[in-house]
Design a protein around this ligand. Structure first.
Ligand code: PXG
Length: 461
């Protein structure tokens, strides 16, 4: 048996990693110089690194380990499925039991008439599916010109050519020739950074109406769909004003624009319901799911589409699919994850225990001299760091400088909390206990204190 060993010293692992491993979204030469952090095991909400430090993972990996680490049941299910049927595809008029069972379960869980599941291996792939699917839907209905997809600046929908084009990250567009044609980006509902003197609700309405303006400018006969995360995740946990989503829904309904809710982060309990669409009261035609679907234990994702969309797409051949669409091991793991979410009432825990507790402690951070606003929906939260709360000022240093200092201080306090520019974000495992939440916020506050002291010492505020 090939041994995957943890027994090398950290420095050797770091040197081997630097020699051969290219990391995503990373300046690799810089990382090689500094030395990468090696994670060796995890249990509950805690990671252990190769030096034996226990780190509280307030990001649930990459927003995905909803049931927490170390659930042996998923390992058992994966091993059993590998023995029974490690792989078969779902092309060419075949299927298998895990894909059948998971598609059925998802149609039961998904709201409204979202009853049909197209599997993929990652959120990026599922959003690539969505691009082709919504354009093919309109073409099949005799409207091939209806192919523009409207998305938002500072949204994240994946890193492939298609999904990276849907996303509104300029740093991504500047590399590799993105975006592809017929993707249009409108402004985001980020009141803290962009709301100026407007009251938040007026601003939310104005930002939603940019969708209507874009549709009218291009012509509704050219616009296929609007895609958005119910709550922007990677963009900094931007919680839209309450006025935003009802207006978006009204506009999509009025102009017959398909609404794609990207639930890759918001799905599977993150916002306090099974799906963010339920929390934000959205009625999507298509949903993208990934991450929490398997709690990250195995790669799997999907597009869930309405009866209507499925009927149109199914009227002919949709020339699309991935080798690993509905992979049996991943599907079996996802089913076991859903069983745990359901039987252990993890969403009830978010609604009644962890969510309110985290909200109380997280929102209290707004008293800190560095923190301008503290936002939270269910188990995803953010704080805006600022040198001046009243004017919502940005730091004079390049955006992200202060956030990075704060993230480093979190690391030093054995807390994983990400920065997005000068916003700090959290998305802990949903099963986190009240005591662990208090520890999380305690460590975050300590990191904020240290950051504040350093900024004062360096004259950065
Ligand atoms: N949609 C959303 C809303 C996401 O958050 C994707 C699609 C793409 O999923 P895949 O499985 O292709 O990665 C995501 C992924 C970060 C970070 O640093 C966020 C994501 C991925 C990697 C890093 O916040 N989100």
């Amino acid at each position: 048996m090939t041994a995957i060993t943890n027994h090398l010293p950290t420095s050797e692992l770091q040197a081997l990693d630097a020699a051969h491993h290219m990391h995503p979204f990373t300046a690799n030469a810089e990382l090689a110089e500094k030395g990468v952090r090696v994670i060796t095991r995890a249990k509950g909400v805690f990671l252990t690194d190769s030096d034996g430090y226990e780190i509280l993972d307030a990001m649930a990996g990459l927003w995905c380990v909803n049931i927490g680490y170390g659930r042996g049941e998923l390992a058992e299910v994966a091993a059993r499925q590998m023995r029974e049927l490690p792989y078969y595809n779902t092309f060419f008029q075949t299927t298998h039991v895990p894909a059948i069972a998971l598609a059925n379960k998802l149609s039961e869980l998904a709201p409204g008439d979202l009853n049909h599941v197209f599997f993929a291996g990652s959120g990026s792939e599922a959003n690539d599916t969505n691009i082709r699917l919504v354009r093919h839907y309109w073409a099949t209905k005799g409207k091939p010109e209806k192919k523009v997809i409207i998305s938002r600046k500072n949204s994240y929908h994946g890193s492939s050519v298609g999904s990276g084009s849907l996303g509104g990250m300029t740093a991504m567009h500047s590399q590799g020739g993105l975006p592809i044609p017929d993707i249009h980006h409108i402004d985001q509902p980020n009141w803290w950074a962009e709301g100026g003197d407007m009251p938040p609700e007026d601003f939310g309405l104005a930002r939603a109406q940019e969708l209507e303006k874009a549709i009218l400018e291009m012509g509704e006969d050219r616009v296929a769909a609007f895609i958005a995360e119910p709550v922007q995740g990677a963009g900094g946990v931007i919680v839209p004003p309450d006025s935003y989503w009802p207006e978006i829904q009204r506009i999509c309904d009025k102009y017959e624009i398909l609404l794609i809710a990207d639930e890759v982060i918001c799905g599977f309990g993150r916002t306090g319901n099974w799906f963010g669409s339920q929390t934000l009261n959205i009625r999507p035609d298509v949903m993208t799911i990934a991450k929490g679907l398997s709690s990250g234990y195995a790669p799997i994702a999907a597009s869930i589409v309405s009866d209507e969309v499925a009927a149109v797409i199914g009227s002919g051949e949709f020339n699309h699919g991935y080798t690993y669409s509905g992979h049996p091991v991943s599907a079996a793991v996802a089913l076991e994850n859903l069983r745990i979410l359901e039987e252990e009432d993890v969403i009830g825990h978010v609604q009644n225990v962890a969510g309110p507790h985290l909200k109380q402690h997280w929102e209290a951070l707004v008293d800190h001299p560095l923190v301008g606003e503290a936002k939270i929906v269910g188990m995803m939260g953010s704080i805006a760091l600022t040198p001046d709360k009243d004017s919502r000022a940005a730091f004079s240093s390049e955006a992200g400088t202060v956030g990075l200092i704060c993230r480093e201080n979190c690391f030093a306090n054995n807390l994983i909390m990400r920065h997005v520019g000068d916003r700090m974000v959290i998305s802990p495992p949903l099963v986190i206990t009240p005591a662990e939440i208090e520890e999380l916020v305690h460590r975050a506050r300590k990191a904020l204190d240290e950051t504040h002291a350093q900024l004062l010492a360096k004259g950065l505020m």
